[in-house]
Ligand binder design. Structure first.
Ligand code: ADP
Length: 301
């Protein structure tokens, strides 16, 4: 097969591993920088050009779209879909999961456990918003944040009010969440491919840090997850419409709660923690599922 990996950086661990795994299985593979793609949007012959030429005929793409270029990146994915190229994660699914508010609403609608969450832009009544989620301590998050930036633990009502006032002053969208103290500064990343959790790791924040992001100095280890956690992760990916997803869970007193469903999960942490060939499993999924024109939405939505 001819497989394209949409990535802005061929030197990233995940990109390198996907290239390696595709080659090992006898496929032709190209890394395409979606930022540098340009498109001809006509109904009879949609096309994508790259470095002055049409992109080679591909059977499948693996989008690795960074949060900062979701808008343009998903447009490029959509264009490939219009050309009948199979995308392991479809553009609509990526867009759904990137919007934290939309994603939480979709997950809640399907009965997936979430931390009790209030959303706001410019609340007139901070007290009421805080009561919504059971009062301090609360976690307040900027909607646009990633890798733990803009995620604040407010231990008291006063602190929460100050943070909300600051976010409101910035005109930012934010959410206020019940603080899952019992998670003890750790979360669980489940790597879902198709309808299976193929690897899971526990991330533990460094001493005194409630955020477990590896980018913030957290450490990863192998973990056995419960059947309930497994089904929560698989269902969450399905609700988003993602075939490959990193689902982040917290262990709360009221069962597993989903923090985020990531459409371009990093492979380095999870492959190192679990010793599993996740990149190879992504390629195998494509081998089984990428039939020409099988993309469900073909650029719709
Ligand atoms: P980002 O997408 O920026 O990584 P997250 O929402 O995943 O933001 O939050 C970062 C980390 O903070 C999580 O991995 C988790 O360890 C911790 N965290 C986030 N929300 C809560 C919460 N409601 N209760 C307890 N810990 C939380």
């Amino acid at each position: 097969m001819k497989i394209g990996i949409l990535s802005t950086n061929p030197r990233l661990y995940s990109t390198k591993r996907l290239v390696e795994a595709a080659k090992e299985r006898g496929h032709e593979v190209a890394v395409i920088n979606h930022k540098r793609c340009y498109m001809n949007i006509t109904s009879h012959r949609p096309d994508v050009h790259y470095k002055g030429e049409p992109v080679m005929k591909l059977d499948a793409i693996i989008p690795r779209i960074g949060a900062s270029i979701s808008f343009y990146g998903t447009a490029v994915v959509r264009q490939f879909e219009m050309m009948g190229v199979y995308s392991v994660n479809e553009s609509v699914a990526i867009t759904r999961s990137r919007d934290k508010l939309r994603a939480s609403q979709l997950l809640a609608r399907r009965g997936i456990g979430l931390p009790v969450t209030g959303f706001a832009n410019s609340p007139d009544d901070t007290d009421d918003l805080l009561d919504f989620v059971g009062g301090a301590p609360v976690v307040i998050k900027l909607l646009e944040g990633t890798q733990g930036v803009g995620v604040v633990l407010a231990e008291t009502k006063k602190a929460a009010e100050s943070v909300i006032e600051a976010f409101r002053g910035l005109g930012a969208n934010f959410m206020v969440q019940e603080f899952i103290k019992e998670a003890g500064g750790s979360d669980i990343r489940c790597l879902v491919i198709g309808d299976k959790v193929v690897a899971a790791m526990k991330r533990q924040g460094k001493e005194g840090e409630f955020r477990s992001n590896l980018h913030r100095g957290g450490s990863a280890s192998l973990i056995r997850i419960t059947p309930e956690e497994r089904s929560t992760a698989v269902r969450s990916a399905k609700v988003m419409g993602l075939n490959v997803a990193g689902v982040d869970l917290l262990r709360s007193n009221h069962g597993p709660v989903v923090l985020e469903v990531n459409s371009s999960p990093g492979l380095e942490g999870i492959e190192n923690a679990t010793n599993k060939d996740v990149a190879g499993m992504v390629i195998e999924f494509i081998e089984k599922n990428a039939k020409k024109g099988k993309t469900r939405t073909r650029g719709h939505g």
